[in-house]
Design a protein. Sequence first.
Length: 58
Amino acid sequence: IALDNVEQLGSFIELELLVSDESEIAVAQSILDDLANRVGLSSTDRRGYLDMLLEIDS
């Protein structure tokens, strides 16, 4: 879990779960979705900060 404050974009929480095998991805995504709901996150954005910043500048 990482808390980030990115100039021009705002505050973000990043949730990441490492898996050892591709077969675990669906379970990991479900765990992360559940955690996001439990802490009250209302939306997700899978883009990187650089992509979001470039979108602002274009």
